[in-house]
Design a protein around this ligand. Sequence first.
Ligand code: NAD
Length: 262
Amino acid sequence: MGRLDNKVAVITGGASGIGEASVRLFAREGAKLVIADLQDERGRRLAEELGSQVIFQHTDVSQEADVQEAIDLALSMFGRLDCMFNNAGIPGPGGPIENLAVEGWDNAMAVLVRSAYLGMKHAAPIMKRQGSGSIVSTASVAGMQSGFAGHAYSAAKAAVINLTRSVATELGESGVRVNCICPGGVATPIFGRAIGLDAEDAERSAGTMLMALANIQPLQRAGVPGDIANAALWLASDESSFVNGHALVVDGGITCGPMWTA
Ligand code: NAD
């Protein structure tokens, strides 16, 4: 018995990092799913590896038509939609506020916030008709506290957290739950780019990232994609059926405050 038997999911950003780990875990737990990502080669390879229960769809999550198409594909191929996992993301621009270009700000908002809104908007009518569903978005501890990331990224993730709460109060009466996850530092390409490694280096330099993260997280280790995938699995499954409007912090304790030194 899988924990997601007979369930259908769309996972955005499913070609890499947290999304890829979630795709693998959801599939292992019995879900049928659509990987919605910009990275065609990685996404297709992953779908092929996992077999006919997994389909790849080229998707730019900032574009309404693309998000709708990915959801429509899940519906037409598998007949329902039980979990919309709005997970795709980018690091966002860094630097002082006076140098933050409007283009960088707008792009961060489009990829990080508009995407979650679009996923919720197009999943909601299907899930309301079914009378059930779980919408999960990947926010960040950067949306709860300052200092973890650039201004645009932090603002965008805070927006995802409150969008989650707002929509949860609307869809609850239809049996649809809306939650988000706030990861701390997780060793993935996005984190590598945030600390100045290019995407390929980031994957090769997992050791460097793990060490950088271990030094600042009370559990003394970096998060790994599977840590967040496990949280997503729980929120997608019926095990969390009374959890709604929640921002689930999965951060090794980094938001507890400064490291204990006494
Ligand atoms: P990642 O770079 O491994 O994965 C991000 C995925 O999103 C990639 O596959 C990428 O192709 C895809 N993507 C980017 N822009 C897209 C777009 N416009 N349309 C479709 N797909 C797009 O990074 P990750 O760490 O797995 O990131 C997943 C989520 O976790 C993001 O929302 C990120 O902000 C969030 N997050 C990550 C960390 C961390 O430390 N890694 C911490 C907190 C939150």
